[in-house]
Design a protein around this ligand. Structure first.
Ligand code: DGJ
Length: 747
């Protein structure tokens, strides 16, 4: 086996026809077939590197399947695990790509040309992407394939990040032929697994009900999650897992997949008639075509795959580290995120300078670090039916201007943030009067409307330039430190005058490229502004947005009991530092549920903490409690935002939820125990900690006993119901939460 001088994770056989990509715990193997196409051999727990895997590479022929050609009768593509499958030459499963040539034919034959190796994953130019800026923590294998007849070159890129067991994939299509080609489908990742003994675990939902966990066994046929909303959407999140049937949080095999993209996606799993499983991850081929003129190329978004043999918690933790190291803006990736007070649920559109400053002042006294003025500060926006696009102060309601408010807040020693919804336009706006043509609509048809608003055409460079200038001047005027980037309706009436009729199907992809361009320019020009993405809550909670906006508003549903499911579901594929979580009023404005201030805060601690609450109206005892909560979060912020997170008991399975965070040095841990329903005369509830050091001695706040790590993890702690005479008096009535704060005893 050849091992390149620098390349340690990518092994290539001496005949240069077998590729073995290794991470710390996984192996990914494929080879070049006799007919120069690629055969996938294995992805799973790490195996020894060999010159060849004769048995894995063997394949059969069967009746009623189709041979590649009459002279290659032994090759039936439907009998082979393919690496990047075409359609129309005998593999009848869904293909990874489809290209139409100038004759109208969709038949392509990609043959192996060669490979290149390099170290240090570079960022993509027009798409958000993973990166290795230091250049020594990743290795890249590029396989070049070509269809000689039409001059189509396809490059399959594999970047290995060995430490986090992550392999990043994407594909480049290049037209080296003389005629136009049309890309009809271009998936970022294909994975053919040799059996179907898996559960499909995905996170689907709706507005106010994002990322609920669904786990179903695979069955023959096609199963998929997707979006055709021009947005990753709250309906289906692009993150999903395939696990073995007995996989739990702590044990068993699990594969995680995600796409670094915010537009339409389609992630599918197909089980064929021989019980093999094909995974495809990428841009949704519905509403997509791309004209590839001679010498032009197209690059797909990146897809991420990660493997764990130690269950789902380990998978989530390695992904959390991976995002921090290789996806999120390094300026913020490890920086403690500020505690927010957001004006929305306190005053909605009813803003006055005095009310805003009174709220901010009160927040400052309680310890808040960042005051965010949400919707309503611009144009003449007194409700949700006007002014989107007019990003200048509403001087009628804020007569001294937004810069005065910003100055006052800065004088209070807090950071200042503002809400924008850059992609939108209201008919009742100056922008619409000047540029009605900037709104997305289809000629001669009445456009559909959502929340009284329409979407701007981000394929139009003038729109992006206008918004860059408008947002820039507010950032400069206010010395802004934070932007909440909202997006409150999905696109309809897709059409743009910027593209020829033959290229209209490029609209969706070009739209999201425009959004990325604006985010790229703003984050480059104003590197100290922290962006938080939002889409009516967690409707665009995806890795494309996370590349620019390191955190996202997890849901408009701020009821802590509902939030348990939403945050629990989100945590499988995203880190706590990505999840913005705020304390709001009780009874909750959406659900009407009453919960204590303690429970509301306890759930919100497990994320980027803040308030969405009229703190000016708090009773003295409540204000004191809020102060303590803020003090508590500041003390343990690093552990909550950047520690290891453990899901011990799930709201999707139990009527008790246990979550735990542990600092990376295992010296501090906080466990949340929350009951969802009350039981009369309950028995003990036993909580077993995770991730501590077996030999370290720990204290638990409020208990005068010392514990060894192994004791807490194996014997656990008895949670004794209310009324017990001895031991830790911890009650578990409905909606009550308890925090167990564990600290190492240092001699
Ligand atoms: C939807 C967001 O999710 C809310 O937090 C708030 O910002 C509103 N939009 C404002 O219109």
């Amino acid at each position: 086996m050849k091992v390149g001088e620098e390349i340690m994770s990518i092994h290539i056989s001496n005949d240069e026809r077998l590729f073995h990509i290794e991470t710390k715990n996984s192996s990914y193997v494929f080879r070049v077939l006799e007919n120069q196409q690629l055969q996938h051999l294995y992805y799973g727990k790490r195996i020894h590197v060999k010159e060849n895997y004769g048995n894995l590479a063997s394949y059969q022929t069967r009746g009623f399947e189709v041979a590649y050609t009459a002279t290659e009768e032994q090759i039936q593509l439907s009998m082979i695990q393919n690496e990047y499958a075409s359609y129309g030459k005998g593999d009848f499963r869904h293909p990874a790509y489809q290209v139409q040539d100038a004759t109208g034919s969709r038949i392509t034959e990609l043959k192996y040309q060669g490979y290149t190796l390099s170290t240090g994953k570079k960022r993509l130019e027009i798409l958000p992407s993973t990166f290795d800026d230091e250049g020594d923590r990743s290795e890249v294998l590029t396989i070049t394939l070509k269809d000689d007849l039409i001059g189509l070159v396809v490059k399959l890129n594999y970047t290995v990040f060995p430490d986090q067991n992550v392999i990043v994939r994407n594909v480049e299509f290049i037209n080296e032929g003389p005629s136009d080609l049309k890309l009809l489908k271009a998936m970022s990742l294909q994975l053919d697994l040799s059996d179907d003994e898996f559960d499909f675990i995905h996170f689907s939902g709706a507005w106010l009900r994002e990322r609920q966990l669904y786990r179903t066994a695979l069955r023959p046929g096609l199963q998929s999650i997707d979006s055709l909303r021009y947005s990753s959407s709250p309906q289906n999140n692009p993150f999903f897992m395939l696990s073995r049937k007995n996989t739990t949080e702590e044990s068993g095999e699990v594969y995680g997949f995600n796409l670094v993209y915010s537009g339409n996606f389609q992630n599918s799993i197909e089980v064929d008639h021989f019980s093999t499983t094909r995974v495809l991850v990428g841009m949704n081929p519905v509403e997509f075509e791309y004209l590839l003129e001679p010498k032009k190329s197209f690059i797909t978004p990146e897809a991420i795959m990660s493997y764990s043999a130690q269950g789902m918690n380990a998978l989530s933790q390695q992904l959390a580290i991976f995002y921090r190291e290789h996806l999120v803006n390094p300026r913020f990736a490890k920086r403690p995120r500020p505690i927010v007070l957001n004006s929305w649920e306190t005053m909605y559109f009813n803003l006055t300078t005095d009310k805003v400053l009174e709220l901010a002042r009160c927040g400052q006294r309680l310890g808040v670090e960042l005051f965010v003025l949400d919707d309503g500060w611009f144009g003449h926006r007194e409700g949700d039916n006007s002014s989107l696009g007019d990003w200048t102060t509403d001087y009628r309601r804020l007569p001294k201007g937004i810069s005065y408010i910003a100055d006052e807040i800065h004088k209070m020693g807090m950071q200042f943030g503002l809400w924008f919804e850059p992609e939108m336009i209201s008919i009742d706006s100056e922008l619409y009067c000047t540029h009605p043509e900037w709104m997305i609509s289809t000629p001669h048809r009445k456009p559909s409307v959502g929340r009284h608003q329409y979407v701007l055409d981000f394929t139009n460079q003038e729109v992006i330039d206008y918004l860059f200038e408008a947002i820039s001047s507010i950032i400069q005027e206010t010395k802004l430190e934070y932007i909440k980037w909202d997006y409150n309706r999905h696109i309809t009436d897709a059409f743009t005058a910027t593209l020829l009729p033959t290229k209209q199907m490029e609209f969706g992809h070009r739209y999201i490229l425009g959004v990325y361009q604006l985010l790229e320019r703003l984050t480059k020009a104003y590197p100290e502004v922290l962006f938080e993405s939002c889409s009516s809550g967690g409707g665009r909670f995806d890795l494309g947005m996370m590349y620019y906006a390191p955190q996202a508003w997890t849901s408009d549903d701020t009821d802590p009991i509902e939030r348990l499911k939403i945050q629990h579901g989100t945590s499988y594929g995203y880190s706590l530092s990505m999840m913005s979580a705020h304390v709001s009023a009780s009874p909750n404005e959406q659900s009407g549920r009453r919960t204590s201030l303690d429970t509301r805060a306890a759930v919100a601690y497990f994320g980027v903490f803040g308030y969405e609450l009229d703190v000016t109206a708090l009773e003295a005892v409540e204000a004191e409690k809020v102060k303590e909560q803020i003090h508590f979060y500041k003390k343990y912020r690093e552990v909550f935002q950047y520690g290891n997170f453990y899901r011990i008991r799930s709201p999707f399975e139990d009527d008790v939820v246990d979550w735990q965070v542990v600092s990376s040095d295992k010296s501090t841990s906080i466990l949340l125990h929350t009951s969802l329903i009350s039981h009369l005369n309950p028995g003990y509830s036993l909580v077993k900690f995770c991730g501590l050091d077996e030999d370290k001695r720990y204290t638990i706040a409020g208990m005068d006993e010392e514990f060894f790590g192994d004791e807490l993890m194996n014997a656990g702690i008895k949670i004794i119901p209310e009324g017990a005479e001895n031991g830790p008096v911890i009650s578990t009535p409905e909606y009550q939460s308890h925090l167990l704060i564990v600290e190492e005893i240092k001699d």
